[in-house]
Design a protein around this ligand. Structure first.
Ligand SMILES: Cc1ncc(COP(=O)(O)O)c(C=O)c1O
Length: 386
């Protein structure tokens, strides 16, 4: 047997920048890893305890393919309480993480040749997933000179007869931008006027910096929006693999059909744990989100005090997107040199698309004492550059 057995897309894969970097870091001793968006906390004990107890009571079987009804109801209650948005459980589908939710939705809506508009820089799996469905990812570049703001007027110009959807990720990974309400309203109108689907990945919705404000996109275009969300970031539950999507029930039926064929249902015991977590959202999530936002504020202030680096204004998320253009290094060179000389691992902005060039992403996923050390190393690095 030879490589021709593989689909041509996977025969000669281009090295993935993110994966290459993380593999390199894994080989080095004593590095400070600020690369991956996985909060450093272990899942809160009471969530683990609940899962353990429910497993012992027999919650070890398949759940309904759309997810546990009680969990879907809890999600509806949460959106009502938190955002004053009313959904019913037929408008909620439980997925095996937000990333899987995006995949099954795209598989359900896209046909070969369709186009999906994605503001860039972006979470790179979006592009792969659109292409896996045979469609084209149409990138809408944003600029560091404009704080990576997404403008609906720019998106409007990119709409063609083939456009089916627009993927919005606010608070944004990697830029930290939170979309303004006015822009959201315009985008909602655009979707309604052009019969388009807005796919709103709101996985960082709980990470809003003081003085900023977040509204779910579904508030403005409920019939044209599918919200993608999950437990990974707000509850330090990345390994439990639970996400969910909220949208028109007829549309979710398509995603459910794809889900039926590939995983059947999300893990039951993780759903039970997630339901418990969301029921006690404020009490359980706030200590995590508050701490990460405190660290982000620290990073923003301390990095901005350095001469050659500037943080793109952070509205939310768990990342600082740092402007390194003054160093005249490419983001790849910068990240490589920082890793080799100072043993600090960050992600080059180019990994998120061409408009991320000139920036590096720093995740606030290490404790404060470690971040203080990072600032010292950045100071040292900066001095060597001049
Ligand atoms: C924007 C965005 N969406 C989705 C995910 C993945 O979420 P999940 O762990 O629920 O699959 C990530 C993880 O980094 C992310 O940054």
């Amino acid at each position: 047997m030879d490589k021709t057995i593989l689909n041509h897309n996977y025969r000669n894969q281009q090295p993935n920048i993110l994966a290459t970097f993380c593999a390199k870091a894994a080989r080095l001793n004593g590095i400070i890893d600020l690369s991956i968006g996985d909060p450093d906390f272990t899942t809160p004990k009471e969530i683990i305890k609940e899962a353990f107890q429910q497993a012992n009571k027999g919650m070890t079987h398949y759940s309904d393919t759309v997810g546990l009804k009680s969990f879907r109801n809890t999600i509806c209650d949460y959106y009502q309480k938190q955002y004053d948005l009313n959904f019913n459980s037929s408008e909620v589908l439980i997925t095996t993480g937000a990333e899987h939710g995006m995949y099954i939705l795209l598989q359900a809506i896209l046909e070969p040749g369709d186009e999906v508009i994605i503001p860039e820089p972006c979470f790179s799996p979006y592009i792969d997933q659109v292409e896996m469905a045979g469609a084209h990812a149409i990138m809408a570049p944003t600029s560091g000179n404009d704080d990576f703001k997404v403008h609906s007027s720019q998106i409007a110009k990119m709409i063609t007869t083939k456009t089916k959807a627009i993927i919005i990720n606010s608070p944004n990974n990697p830029t930290g931008d939170v979309m303004d309400d006015e822009e959201m309203k315009e985008l909602a109108q655009l979707a309604k006027d052009n019969n388009l689907l807005l796919i709103s990945d709101e996985i960082y919705a709980d990470y809003i910096m003081p003085g900023h404000h977040f509204t779910p996109l579904a508030a403005y275009a409920p019939s044209n929006t599918v919200t993608i969300n999950g437990m990974s970031k707000s509850f330090a539950m990345t390994g439990w693999r639970i996400g969910y999507m909220i949208g028109p029930s007829w549309l979710l039926k398509g995603a459910q059909a794809v889900n039926d064929a590939i995983t059947f249902a999300a893990p039951t015991i993780s759903q039970v744990a997630a339901e418990y977590a969301l029921k006690y959202h404020d009490k359980i999530s706030q200590p995590i989100t508050k701490e990460l936002l405190r660290r982000l504020q620290f990073l923003e202030k301390e990095i901005n005090a350095l001469k050659k680096f500037k943080v793109s204004p952070i509205g939310g998320s768990i990342y600082a997107f740092v402007d390194i253009r003054q160093t005249r290094l490419s983001s790849l060179e910068f990240a490589n040199q920082l890793l080799n000389r100072e043993k600090v691992l960050v992600i080059p902005g180019i990994a998120f698309g061409n408009s991320g060039e000139g920036f590096v992403r720093v995740a606030a996923t290490q404790k404060m004492s470690v971040l203080k050390e990072v600032i010292k190393r950045l100071q040292h690095f900066e001095m060597q550059l001049s």
